[in-house]
Design a protein around this ligand. Structure first.
Ligand SMILES: [Zn+2]
Ligand SMILES: [Zn+2]
Length: 314
């Protein structure tokens, strides 16, 4: 989680109206009974954690920021609403003393509170930790994303009026996120890239080849559901393998040919069985071979192949 490695919100680039550690200590000198004395970074985290809030530092956008996020709804909460949100939306009990501490902790944070203050990640990035991923829609012609189909259709009629296509053909289903739900600004993310390094081959494919494929418009679709794809027409694999795809049993036997051994089967046993089969086969072939071939196998094994080819068959 970003929060685990986030910079100390009390000390890092705090604006003038935000308390820093030294300010907290100064206040403590003047007001020994003030609870701010205890609000060091760990204490702030704890006060927030007690009401299911935490601070997420988003580093995968052009201008990294910190946001207070509710662990229950996995959504950004504004600084103004953070002290009431846990109780109002999730019925988390908050005592008067706890609320005072919470308000002071929240005020001490350097966080953003609206979508307007944020930059957004580039397309095709994994989801941002801590924030909910929604099923939604993304426009095929710009970076617009939304939660409902009706909004996607409205976007087409308002922004892409000149595109002569049905509205349904101008957007696609996508995974989307937003930092704050109020005046939501959704952006597309790729959950399948979660945890993959940027140099991972699948990640490279998703970021380079896939967008090109998605934008291709000059591919003719099949004229009927029985039409064979071009590759199959050329290779005729469906005819070659006809006998092996009659039922689940024959199909799974066929698939097993290209399956690597599972962890349950020791690799050594598989290799030993394969070598045995090979030795058995080569022994039978050698026994049936001409004397000349047997002689060559013993004296000059490497030349057997060539001699056999050159020798006219009998
Ligand atoms: Zn919530
Ligand atoms: Zn658009």
């Amino acid at each position: 989680m970003h929060a685990a490695t986030s910079p100390n919100p009390l000390t890092d680039t705090a604006p003038p109206n935000v308390l820093k550690n030294e300010d907290v200590n100064t206040i403590h000198s003047a007001m020994p009974s003030s609870p701010l004395f205890k609000l060091n970074s760990d204490a702030v985290k704890q006060v927030l954690a007690d009401v299911s809030l935490h601070v997420v530092t988003v580093t995968s956008i052009p201008t990294p920021v910190s946001i207070i996020v509710c662990r229950e709804c996995r959504m950004g909460v504004t600084q103004k609403n953070a002290s009431t949100h846990p109780n109002n939306y999730h019925s988390i009990p908050i005592s008067t003393k706890q609320k005072r501490l919470l308000e002071e902790a929240i005020q001490s944070l350097d966080v953003v509170s609206s979508n307007q203050e944020l930059s957004y990640p580039l397309p095709n990035q994994p989801p941002i930790d801590g924030f909910k991923v929604y099923p939604g829609y993304s426009c095929n012609y710009c970076e617009f994303c939304c939660y409902s189909k009706a909004t996607a259709e409205k976007h087409k009629s308002q922004v892409h009026r000149d595109i002569r296509k049905r509205a349904a053909d101008t957007f696609k289903e996508a995974s989307i996120q937003t930092f704050f739900i109020g005046n939501a600004h959704y952006f597309q993310v790729r959950p399948e890239l979660e945890g993959l390094p940027s140099e991972d081959l699948y990640a490279v494919y998703v970021n380079t080849i896939a967008p090109e494929l998605e934008s291709l418009t000059n591919i003719n679709g099949p004229v009927s559901q029985h039409e064979l794809p071009l590759l199959l027409k050329e290779t005729l694999w469906h005819q070659h393998l006809h006998d092996y795809v009659q039922d689940t049993k024959t199909t799974s036997t066929l698939v097993s040919l290209v399956k690597p051994p599972s962890a349950l089967v020791p690799y050594g046993a598989v290799l030993a069985r394969l070598i045995n089969m090979y030795m058995h086969d080569i022994r039978q072939k050698a026994q049936k071979a001409d004397v000349e071939v047997k002689y060559l196998l013993i004296e000059c094994p490497r030349s057997v192949f060539f001699k056999s080819i050159l020798r006219p068959s009998t």
